[in-house]
Design a protein around this ligand. Structure first.
Ligand code: MN
Length: 140
């Protein structure tokens, strides 16, 4: 299996560009797939997280759907346990539910992120996910 600089092994899409460090911990790549528009009110992107990488806590005013396509990832809603995500898992996130998503400590993770009802807004970024929060699953 070949891996070039811009292509992740076993994934469908190119890695894209680095995500903004203000909102992510670790290295994350985003490949836009469908831009926002008044026709669809939807944004779709492919997101690749290096092992241990994750986004900040955040909410989506119009909700979000995640489709896991590669590796092993984490998803957590505020006040609930971390869920482990594997290829083929689908997560539906209701509007305004505080959450984060990312890779597990030892595996890269890729998901397709679909932000819906974008006329209400796409994302509101919050504080970073601390190492203590991130490692809570491993310590159980
Ligand atoms: Mn999200």
């Amino acid at each position: 299996m070949n891996t070039t600089e811009n292509q992740s092994t076993d994934t469908i899409f190119p890695k894209g560009d680095p995500a903004p460090a203000d909102y992510f911990t670790g290295t994350v790549w985003v490949k836009p797939l469908v831009p926002n528009s008044d026709t669809f009110n939807t944004v779709i992107g492919n997101v690749v997280f290096e092992p241990g990488a994750r986004n900040n806590w955040h909410t989506h005013p119009g909700g979000q759907i995640l489709i896991a396509t590669h590796g092993i990832g984490y998803y957590q809603e505020k006040g609930k346990a971390i869920q482990v995500l594997r290829k083929g898992d689908v997560v539906t996130i209701a509007p305004e539910v505080k959450h984060w998503h990312g890779a597990s400590p030892d595996s890269e993770f890729t998901h397709i992120a679909i932000s819906t009802n974008t006329q209400k807004g796409i994302v509101d970024w919050l504080e970073r996910v601390t190492d203590e929060e991130y490692n809570a699953l491993a310590e159980i």
